[in-house]
Ligand binder design. Structure first.
Ligand SMILES: Nc1ncnc2c1ncn2[C@@H]1O[C@H](COP(=O)(O)OP(=O)(O)OP(=O)(O)O)[C@@H](O)[C@H]1O
Ligand SMILES: [Mg+2]
Ligand SMILES: [Zn+2]
Length: 356
């Protein structure tokens, strides 16, 4: 998987400028904070950076090691026994916990018990708590005491996508690093880096299109690139179709004509080309939403107005939202959209529509 293969392994490789700078400064200084909060959207490098930090402070070849007193570098070497075993998640002094599934007081107590042990093979025991906002109140209270008087050799990293769900008392005891969301330029440069390494020759336009469709997540970007390569897609148009963008305009035009047969033909083709229905619905809803605002002069736009009436637009939006929710439970990907459109035509054209 590209997104695992190209996970950043050094501070230098973190594409997120702000996080990179902050981490660099912290590791350069003489005192290390004992607790961090990494906050940011999904796929912005929180877990990756927590692992880089764990490697850096336990590496045998950098400034943190007594083995190499003359080294000035804070980067992990990624070669020594400690770096390697952290990379393989087999290092006893790095403890990762997913708070989404271990959120209660017992789990936190176990974790706290672990903090009283001295490191076995490295300089620090690093505790990485993913999805930290899922911890229960009781759990937070227990953790708070440890954060107030942490053992010298322990470092905590709380990673979260929802800072507002963490108690203020916890936040104030940690150093916060903001990973924000991945912007298109950063994702684009990641895609370039992967392409170069994998000998993938895709046009910049196409990579930019992928970057724009990655929901501000490096992980999503890397995944789309991998899918596009696997499907041997080479043109911008094919990619648009694959992502379900091209579909958006075409499909809305067809819906305007309210021809059920053409609609079902279109959806069938979209499906056979491997189109993504989640993306398709999102795009159509976005488009309908702007049409709603344009029609009411809330926003100005040169885009041509569609001929659907306001009532039709809102009905269609309602049905598509239902379809969106049903995507998770359908055995056939295309079904929710098909049903939504049949219902739509039936309601607006009920009398005219021939239903056999
Ligand atoms: N700064 C970055 N530069 C390049 N690639 C990155 C960066 N951050 C993340 N990635 C890519 O995204 C993937 C996911 O990153 P990571 O697991 O660190 O994100 P996360 O912030 O922990 O996400 P989540 O909230 O979903 O757990 C990595 O495997 C890597 O491929
Ligand atoms: Mg993570
Ligand atoms: Zn090392």
């Amino acid at each position: 998987m590209f997104y695992l293969k190209y996970r950043p392994k050094t501070i230098e490789e973190i594409d997120n400028l702000h996080a990179k700078k902050m981490m660099g400064k912290i590791l350069e200084s003489d005192t290390l904070p004992h607790a961090f909060i990494f906050v940011g959207q999904k796929g912005t490098g929180k877990t990756s950076t927590a692992r880089i930090l764990a490697k850096a402070v336990n590496c045998l070849n950098n400034k943190f090691s007594t083995n190499s007193p003359h080294s000035k570098s804070y980067e992990p070497c990624n070669k020594c026994a400690n770096c390697q075993s952290i990379g393989l998640s087999s290092f006893t002094d790095v403890i990762e916990m997913d708070a989404a599934s271990n959120r209660g007081i017992e789990e936190i107590k176990n974790l706290i018990r672990e903090t009283s042990f001295l490191p076995m093979s490295g300089g620090y025991r690093v505790f990485i708590i993913d999805e930290a906002h899922m911890i229960t109140n009781e759990g937070f209270n227990a953790l708070l005491k440890t954060l107030e008087e942490p053992p010298k050799s322990a470092i905590f990293v709380l990673a979260t996508t929802n800072l507002e769900k963490l108690p203020k008392t916890i936040i104030s005891r940690c150093l916060k690093i903001n990973f924000g969301k991945a912007n298109t330029t950063d994702i684009f440069s990641m895609l370039k880096r992967i392409s170069k390494n994998e000998n993938i020759n895709l046009k910049d336009d196409l990579l930019r299109l992928i970057a724009n469709h990655s929901e501000n997540s490096f992980r999503d970007g890397a995944k789309i690139l991998e899918e596009v390569t696997l499907q041997k897609i080479e043109s911008v148009e094919e990619t648009e179709k694959f992502l379900g963008i091209r579909g958006r305009n075409d499909l809305i035009e067809i819906i305007e004509k309210k021809n059920l047969k053409n609609t079902l033909l279109w959806i069938n083709e979209f499906s056979q080309n491997g189109g993504d229905f989640k993306n398709l619905i999102e795009d159509i809803l976005n488009q309908l939403h702007s049409q709603l605002l344009i029609k009411n002069d809330v926003i100005e736009n040169e885009n041509k107005k569609i001929t659907l009436t306001l009532i039709e637009i809102s009905l269609l939006m309602k049905l598509l939202i239902e379809a969106y929710q049903n995507l998770r439970n359908t055995p056939i990907d295309s079904l929710p959209v098909e049903i939504a459109l049949i219902e739509f035509y039936n309601k607006v054209e009920g009398k005219k529509l021939k239903i056999n």
